[in-house]
Design a protein around this ligand. Structure first.
Ligand code: PHE
Length: 455
């Protein structure tokens, strides 16, 4: 198979279009819903520090590698890896890496959509004034009444999958660009407003800053380190081909390094702002920091219920969250759809129906793990927790490790250097050292550590 010069799906209109789409992929539920609750569950500061270190030493180099591979291959991840491997005389085994990415994206979408569905439900709850003057107990009960009803969760999950598949069916670009251009600044603005509100809680705000940024390593387990690393992959959409597929639409002369820094910075800033908005409320209302996936739904409504114009801001916030989740969901399923279209000669529309239906069906497991199936545990985890652990903590880091090996060792330096095309070779060498040695070693050490090998 030869490598096309341009993707058959077209190209981004500019560097900005790519940055917007990739930021749209990166910023989503991972930043606003997942980061705060896993930080709460894993003890705060030390966990945040490990997560930030993973962004710098693992996430950023892997993102550069993915963009570089995608742009060189110009096809869906499976074919890009296959054709580059062939060109460089490496084994056909590499296409399985593309495969595992397609599978990971699809499994993530199945539960991602159920949580995004909860956010849609919250747009309506907020705008109708449900949270006016709400207490902490009241907010927790409202969340419980939503999640304990499988039919309602299923309905919103269905709405979200359909919304996602409709955009994907129409082709990713164009609309996505316009959407992200609007939602990212709006999301920033509303998070800053929420942090401002949280700052009014005085000592609780200081407590939250201490909680987030003072590292107490005694609380850090091997599994927490693995979760932090897994989250670095999850939040930057790495290890499964989403960024690779977007990279395949990137015009030739764009600087891979600059775009990567811009995306990683925006993503990290949004997550930290979300933490600063949520934890002061947790402390001020004596909530449990380890309350899990319901954390944002149980805390933010308290803020909206007590601020002037809260119903309006609150519904706007959840609307933006849904849009952010939407632009991420599109990229979760794009590798699978691109693969079906390129390899199986399926029309884009049909590919969307198949993949959407499959992800929807798998999502039923997550729907029931909030209610009737909440006591069905495997390895001590609900089905939702299991799918999340399998993908975020295992499949994405493993995918990232293989991508690093592919970019650093399988592709010869002449190819990667040509693709980076940077004027100052020093940056290229820094990347090369990271991707060849530091990134793979870090991922392997974290895995071994989680297995308890260093205890
Ligand atoms: N990065 C997205 C988020 O933080 C989730 C995602 C993971 C999207 C993997 C694509 C691929 O919400």
């Amino acid at each position: 198979m030869s490598r096309p010069d341009k993707s058959i799906h077209g190209q981004w209109s500019s560097r900005w279009a790519f940055i917007l789409a990739a930021t749209g992929s990166a910023v989503g539920l991972g930043n606003i819903w997942k980061f705060p609750y896993i930080t709460g569950e894993n003890g705060g500061g030390a966990f945040v520090l490990v997560y930030l270190l993973c962004i710098v030493c693992i996430g950023i180099p892997v993102m550069m590698a993915e963009i570089m591979i995608g742009r060189r291959g110009r096809q869906n991840p499976v074919n890009s890896l296959k054709s580059i491997a062939k060109e460089e005389g490496a084994g056909q085994f590499w296409r399985y890496l593309g495969w595992s990415g397609v599978a990971a994206g699809f499994i993530i979408l199945s539960y991602y959509s159920v949580i995004a569905g909860q956010a849609i439900a919250y747009i309506f709850r907020t705008i109708s004034g449900t949270f006016d003057g709400v207490t902490a107990d009241g907010a927790a009960n409202i969340y419980k009444s939503l999640t304990s009803d499988p039919e309602r969760l299923l309905a919103w999950h269905t709405v979200f999958i359909v919304l996602t598949m409709v955009v994907v069916a129409r082709g990713v670009r164009g609309g996505l660009e316009k959407l992200v251009r609007f939602i990212m600044p709006a999301l920033f603005a509303i998070l800053i407003l929420l942090v401002g509100f949280a700052a009014n809680t005085g000592e609780h705000f200081t407590h939250a800053i201490d909680f987030l940024f003072k590292a107490d390593f005694s609380k850090l387990t091997g599994d927490a380190v693995l979760t932090a690393m897994g989250h670095a992959f999850f939040t930057l959409s790495l290890g499964m081909g989403a960024i690779m597929v977007y990279g395949s639409y990137l015009p030739k002369n764009t600087s891979i390094m600059k775009v990567t820094f811009a995306i990683a910075a925006a993503d990290t800033a949004i997550a930290l702002l979300a933490g600063l908005a949520i934890f002061p409320l947790v402390f001020a209302n004596d909530l449990s920091i380890g309350s899990g996936p319901g954390l944002i739904f149980e805390t933010l409504p308290i803020a909206f219920g007590h601020m002037a114009g809260g119903a309006l801001f609150g519904s706007l916030f959840f609307l933006l969250l849904v849009f952010a989740a939407w632009s991420s969901a599109i990229s979760l399923i794009e590798p699978a759809v691109a693969w079906l279209v390129e390899n199986k000669n399926v029309s884009r529309r049909r590919a969307c129906v198949y993949t959407g239906f499959a992800a929807w069906s798998l999502g039923l497991l997550t729907v029931i793990s909030f209610n009737i199936g909440q006591h069905w545990l495997l390895f001590g985890k609900t089905m939702f927790e299991l799918l999340d652990y399998l993908t975020a903590n295992l499949m994405l880091p493993l995918g990232g490790l293989l991508i690093a090996i592919f970019a650093g060792w399988v592709m010869p330096r002449s190819s990667s250097q040509q693709e980076f095309a940077i004027k100052k070779p020093i940056f290229y060498y820094i990347w090369l050292i990271l991707i060849r040695f530091i990134t793979p070693a870090a991922v392997i050490i974290v895995f071994l550590n989680a297995l308890g090998l260093f205890n």
